[in-house]
Design a protein around this ligand. Structure first.
Ligand code: FAD
Length: 552
């Protein structure tokens, strides 16, 4: 794509994850089957498809057969069918394997996989079907005409820190589209603007998120089999912290391990990355990793608000799919199959709208109607109160969940509300329990064999950002940030950031100030979600910048 152009397309898809790729594949198939012509453009900010993809992953496979009916299922690069699936209750020293599955957590018939590899495969299928995929381009602006979406624009490059044009300046490309599909994944930066502009979350619950930190390891043969999976509950999390660990056995003696923690915790100094290191020291996890080697590290948030937090997903000329739409089922920790299904429904809606020459909101409402009839609602509605139930701690959450199970999801209180994650962090003066560092005193010295400090882990993500560009982590109001985030909250960014982007430095006058190491950013979006007072906005950096995940 020439950076100076304006290009036109029938459908523009922003994001090359499972939702965006599924949209493109299904749309190309519908066009072909109907003899309908149409150009499909997909733009991905990662330098290649998969490079910004991070998931567990244990995936529900059925929807792949619907997406690619002509393909031999075994051609799809899953790892292994789940053979052993256990939930483990971890204590500081001991562990108990539960003799049953917690409702909705069974993985019978599912497959372990690297989602990045699956996406790479889907991209080859999409290109075979005529989809034009452009990687290494960040889309940073939605284009509007008469208040309606008419496409989007890729980011200008060749700017210095202050936004001044350098010799290598290149204006971004305007992409004008009859329909634009927002498939940006979790906390999409353009989707967020779209939701705000059109008040798409009016009357809905606040979206809430978890942060997942993940490591990929190579371990000696016999430590874990491909297809053997464990979910852990308990240590190192306490009653105020919602989440747990995952251990997924992959082919070739690889194992994916990670800790996923709800961002509604109260302790400003809580650190998911460091908690994962403590988690790895339990004998249950360390035995699986024993003698092994760290291969990759990464982190990403995922939307957990569930059914009541799904925004309106259509406006004139635009649709929202996948994680950007909030389509993840808790408690199963699964979003890939919903991302694909939503992409397929968006494709059908878009194809119908184009053939009727009507891409208005009224026409695109078909997407919501289809979604309400299909497996997405069937899966998300019965657990519509699940995550909110845990806002007051694990014990109350467990009781809520019990009542929801016997009332078809309603519980005894009907719809439970949620609060934005940044509102739950307590100020320095409010938090009375032991802060994170005291809780795990003696356990936060990392040996670089089993446990790793953030900078070593970040090194294993292959992350890269151009030095010359406007910092993509924007402090919305520096004065307010200093007065509120640093003074009242002790700058929680330095703890919650998965990749050591935020550093608090004391200047020569003894004043604390923030330093931003944007070059480390993993694109997990935690700062956009958890910063007190909504102080930080994450915007896309230059295309091709970010992590360089190979098998996440
Ligand atoms: C730690 C963790 C574990 C998980 N485990 C599982 C599991 O075991 N099973 C399961 O089913 N689900 C799991 N999920 C959820 C699952 O990964 C997501 O639901 C799924 O990836 C969503 O797909 P998506 O296409 O919507 O978004 P993504 O997979 O996030 O893809 C979005 C893509 O859009 C690109 N993009 C974003 N913004 C822009 C822009 N402005 N311009 C250009 N490109 C852009 C991104 O670079 C990315 O490649 C897990 C998630 C996490 C974080």
């Amino acid at each position: 794509m020439n950076n100076m152009d304006t290009v036109s397309t029938d459908v523009l898809i922003i994001g090359g994850g499972p939702s965006g790729l599924a949209t493109s594949i299904h749309l190309a198939d519908i066009f072909k089957n109907r003899g309908q012509s149409g150009r499909i453009l997909l733009i991905e900010k990662g330098s290649f498809i998969g490079s910004h993809i991070l998931s567990g992953a244990v995936i529900k496979p059925a929807v792949f057969k619907e997406l690619l009916p002509e393909v031999d299922f075994y051609e799809i690069p899953f790892n292994a069918k789940v053979t052993k699936d256990k939930t483990v209750l971890l204590g500081k020293k001991n562990s108990i394997t539960l003799p049953f599955h917690i409702p909705y957590m069974s993985n019978k018939g599912n497959y372990t996989a690297s989602l990045g590899q699956i996406c790479k495969y889907l991209a080859t299928k999409a290109e075979e079907k005529g989809v034009e995929i452009y990687t290494g381009f960040s889309v940073d602006e939605v284009l509007y005409k008469d208040g309606k979406v008419i496409g989007a624009k890729t980011k200008d490059t060749g700017l210095d820190h202050h936004g001044k044009q350098l010799e290598n300046f290149q204006a971004g490309t305007r992409i004008e589209a009859k329909i634009t599909i927002f498939a940006e994944g979790t906390r999409g930066s353009l989707t967020k603007m779209l939701i705000e502009k059109f008040e798409l979350n009016k009357g809905k619950n606040e979206q809430v998120y978890s942060l997942g930190c993940k490591e990929l390891w190579s371990v000696p043969q016999g430590n874990i089999e491909a297809g053997e999976i464990y979910h852990t509950m308990g240590y190192p999390l306490n009653n105020d912290e919602f989440g747990g660990g995952f251990i997924y056995g992959l082919n070739d003696n690889k194992v994916a391990v990670g800790l996923v923690v709800g961002l509604d915790y109260k302790d400003l100094s809580f650190d998911v990355h460091d908690a994962m290191q403590v988690w790895k020291t339990t004998s249950f996890v360390s035995n699986i990793l024993k003698g092994g080697k760290l291969i990759e590290y990464g982190a990403k948030t995922l939307p957990e608000g569930g059914y009541y937090a799904i925004p309106k997903l259509y406006v004139d000329n635009a649709l929202i799919v996948g994680d950007s739409a909030g389509l993840v089922t808790m408690p199963a920790l699964k979003g890939v199959h919903l991302a694909i299904r939503s992409g397929m429904l968006a494709a059908l809606t878009a194809a119908n709208a184009l053939s009727n020459n009507d891409t208005s909101e009224k026409s695109l409402q078909q997407y919501e109607i289809l979604m309400n009839k299909c497996a997405i609602r069937k899966e998300m509605y019965p657990v519509r109160n699940f995550r909110q139930g845990f806002a007051k701690g694990l014990i109350i959450g467990g009781i809520h969940f019990g009542t929801q199970l016997i009332t078809g999801g309603a519980g005894f209180f009907g719809r439970l509300r949620s609060h934005a994650d940044y509102q739950t962090t307590q100020k320095l003066s409010e938090y009375k329990k032991k802060p994170f560092k005291e809780r795990f005193k003696g356990k936060l010295e990392f040996d670089k064999v089993l446990t790793f400090d953030k900078s070593t882990d970040v090194y294993h993500s292959g992350v890269y950002h151009d030095e010359q560009q406007v910092v993509h982590l924007q402090i919305n109001d520096l004065e307010k940030y200093n007065a509120v985030n640093i003074e009242q909250y002790g700058a929680p960014e330095q703890f919650y950031c998965s990749s050591e982007v935020y550093e608090i430095h004391t200047n020569k006058d003894g004043k604390k100030e923030l330093r931003i190491h944007a070059e480390n950013c993993m694109h997990c979006k935690t700062c956009d979600i958890k910063s007190p007072g909504n102080a930080i906005t994450w915007v896309v950096p230059n295309g091709g910048n970010g992590p360089d995940f190979q098998n996440m």
